[in-house]
Design a protein around this ligand. Structure first.
Ligand code: SF4
Length: 209
């Protein structure tokens, strides 16, 4: 007999961080995306059957935020959190009002394209987001389009704009790229350093869990 499939998780944890999996939608289709070859992380199933409402996210967070000795809350799941900007803003305000934890958003950096007409970075800052980790992923547009297959034609330029604005707005800003043969990591690092932000490499097959 097969073991019962675990219910999807909206909140999951690794180390001292609580992670929020609020959507499975994404405007990219990176060939190295975990979603393509995993159903979750550790014991957590991150394949949502439906997107949680704001109330459901807060309820799930409330259940664990006191029990877990967490230092930060991170929007990072099997999808792009800024597909749900309003929810990210509301949950951040709730966390800051009641717990004063550090809040980070891991994003593909296409927030302006996903939320046309919105001042996305400023809104994140004003809601209380402390940090953003942006998947820059490539040293040029051609490579980005090849490996990330964005739905938006001008995605790469927008990712760079998002990163620059995040830095100017005073958010702690990091750019990341995955170690794959198509990407010149030294050039991505140089680009991040020129903008004046931190850079981190992510391994293609991370086996730390
Ligand atoms: S941006 Fe992130 S979530 Fe979206 S397809 Fe790429 S790796 Fe997956």
């Amino acid at each position: 007999m097969h073991a019962r499939k675990r219910d999807p998780s909206v909140v999951y944890w690794l180390g001292n961080s609580l992670y929020l999996n609020v959507t499975n939608r994404c405007s990219n289709s990176c060939y190295f995306c975990f979603r393509k070859f995993k159903t979750g992380i550790r014991e957590f199933n991150l394949k949502l059957e439906k997107e949680p409402t704001l109330e459901e996210v807060i309820e799930e967070l409330r259940k664990v935020i006191n029990r877990k000795n967490c230092s930060d809350v991170v929007f990072c799941g099997f999808g792009e959190p800024l597909e749900r900007l309003n929810l990210v803003l509301e949950v951040t305000r709730w966390v800051k009002k009641h717990y004063w934890k550090t809040v980070r958003v891991d994003t593909n950096g296409q927030g302006y394209l996903l939320n046309k007409g919105r001042d996305v970075v400023r809104e994140l800052k004003e809601a209380g987001v402390d940090k953003v980790s942006v998947s820059l992923n490539a040293h040029d547009k051609e490579t980005y389009n090849q490996i990330c297959k964005p739905v938006f034609e001008d995605a790469y330029e927008n990712v760079l704009e998002f990163i620059k604005n995040a830095k100017e707005e005073g958010l702690e800003t990091e750019a990341t790229a995955v170690r794959i043969p198509e990407v010149d990591l030294a050039k991505v690092k140089e680009l991040a350093e020129r903008i004046g932000i931190k850079f981190a490499v992510r391994e293609y097959i991370p086996c730390f869990w």
